[in-house]
Design a protein around this ligand. Structure first.
Ligand SMILES: *Cc1c(COP(=O)(O)O)cnc(C)c1O
Length: 404
């Protein structure tokens, strides 16, 4: 069993107060908090071996290079990629998705079809729309059902020999739905379409195995995984990464340069132009070690108890409606109370020290589907407690009273 009290000691921020009240941080789906060991790794880098990587003969540069490449191997092992060079370090999920979309601009032709799910984050909708405008490809959408799951029957009908790409998030950030990605990948492969899975919201709760999934691309951000902002990964199968053209030109991504002709570096450097977020990459590796030391099955089991408790307590309150009610969910509750605007409740909760997110959660199409302006989203992490949920429920009741 997880020792949550001990784990909370690892997160200095959890000791702070907001408006004179102890912080209750329930905005983990937007970004997670950072354990001391990751903060120390960042300080250690800048205090002891800050240096540019790959190019230097001097000791600092070699130390930084070794640590950065060690981090890549940690990430490779965490996601069970076959090769370390299939892990491209990016600035995050959005960057990774744009990298793939830009690559496909050279591959797609007019009339090709791309399928996205109705549950996508804006960062997984807009790049494909831009790609379709550029290439003449057609964007199709897997519709969602009332419980916040995808209509898999329609998905099957959408697939055909023109389908070239399928994009879906592993877990919906707005609702917490865990999507049936195994099935989505299998069915896409049956028509020879490639699949990109957005794992930004899944990776804090689930340890994905990209080889077992047989997924073509998998992307995630370190900052939702106890790591720093500004770093993330693009996993791509070797054959795909070789097929796609480089994303950006610059240093580090070349083999040889002359004004007549430039040849590109091999993987992963072909996709890593310029000086990367060296410290961030190293800290990402440390964050994965930290989470693995707790254990992802322990994390998921504990978070499920938080979700169940919060759901039960919320449903006891008059007027509460929860959006996203599938059996397979991560620890996210997205809800509204009668016709009180989510923003008004969020503001009162903040005054009481409780951080939740309100609004459309970068997933406006989902809000349009439910015909609501947004929701209040409380998202729990393994360092949250039932006591915090009780504080939140009491505060919520107080907020509701103020508006009725
Ligand atoms: C957070 C999130 C993103 C965007 O991640 P960035 O780190 O902001 O690039 C994309 N998709 C989902 C599902 C997310 O939760």
């Amino acid at each position: 069993m997880m020792n949550v009290d001990k784990i909370r000691e690892d997160f200095p921020i959890l000791k702070r107060e907001v408006h004179g009240k102890p912080l209750v941080y329930f905005d983990n789906a937007a970004t997670s908090q950072t354990p001391q060991i990751v903060i120390d790794a960042i300080a250690d880098y800048y205090s002891n071996y800050n240096s540019n990587i790959h190019r230097g003969v001097h000791s600092l540069s070699q130390e930084a290079t070794d640590k950065y490449e060690e981090a890549r191997i940690k990430i490779q092992h965490h996601f069970n990629a076959k090769h370390a060079y299939e892990i491209i370090l990016t600035s995050g999920t959005t960057d990774s998705i744009n990298m793939v979309a830009a690559g496909f601009a050279d591959i797609l032709q007019k009339g090709d079809e791309i399928i996205v799910s109705a549950l996508e984050h804006h960062s997984n909708i807009v790049p494909w729309q831009m790609l379709c405008t550029k290439t003449g490809a057609i964007l199709k959408v897997i519709p969602m059902l009332q419980d916040g799951s995808l209509d898999m029957k329609v998905y099957e009908e959408l697939l055909n020999s023109n389908t070239k790409l399928v994009f879906c998030n592993h877990v919906s950030n707005a609702l917490g739905t865990i999507n049936p990605i195994e099935e989505i990948i299998k069915k896409a492969h049956a028509v020879n379409a490639a699949v990109l899975i957005d794992g930004a919201q899944a990776t804090p709760h689930i340890k994905p195995d990209v080889q077992a999934l047989d997924v073509d691309f998998y992307v995630a951000s370190a900052h939702k995984l106890c790591g720093p902002t500004g770093v993330g990964l693009l996993y791509g199968k070797q054959e795909w990464l070789e097929k796609l053209p480089p994303y950006q030109g610059g240093g580090e991504m070349i083999a040889t340069v002359s004004f007549e002709k430039t040849t590109y570096a091999g993987l992963p450097h072909k996709f890593e132009a310029g000086t990367p977020n060296i410290c961030g990459g190293i800290a990402f590796g440390v964050a994965l070690d930290y989470m693995n030391s707790i254990g992802f099955s322990e994390i998921a089991a504990y978070e499920a108890t938080l979700l169940e408790y919060a759901t039960t307590e919320l449903l006891k309150i008059d007027g509460v409606k929860i959006f996203g009610t599938t059996a397979h969910k991560t620890s996210v509750v997205s809800f509204n109370v009668a016709d009180i605007h989510p923003y008004d409740i969020g503001t009162i909760l903040d005054k009481l020290g409780i951080a939740v997110r309100t609004g459309h959660h970068c997933a406006q199409p989902i809000m349009d589907f439910y015909k609501i302006p947004g929701t209040i989203r409380a998202s729990f992490s393994f360092y949250n407690t039932k006591e915090e949920i009780a504080i939140f429920i009491t505060a919520l009741k107080r907020a509701i009273q103020m508006f009725s």
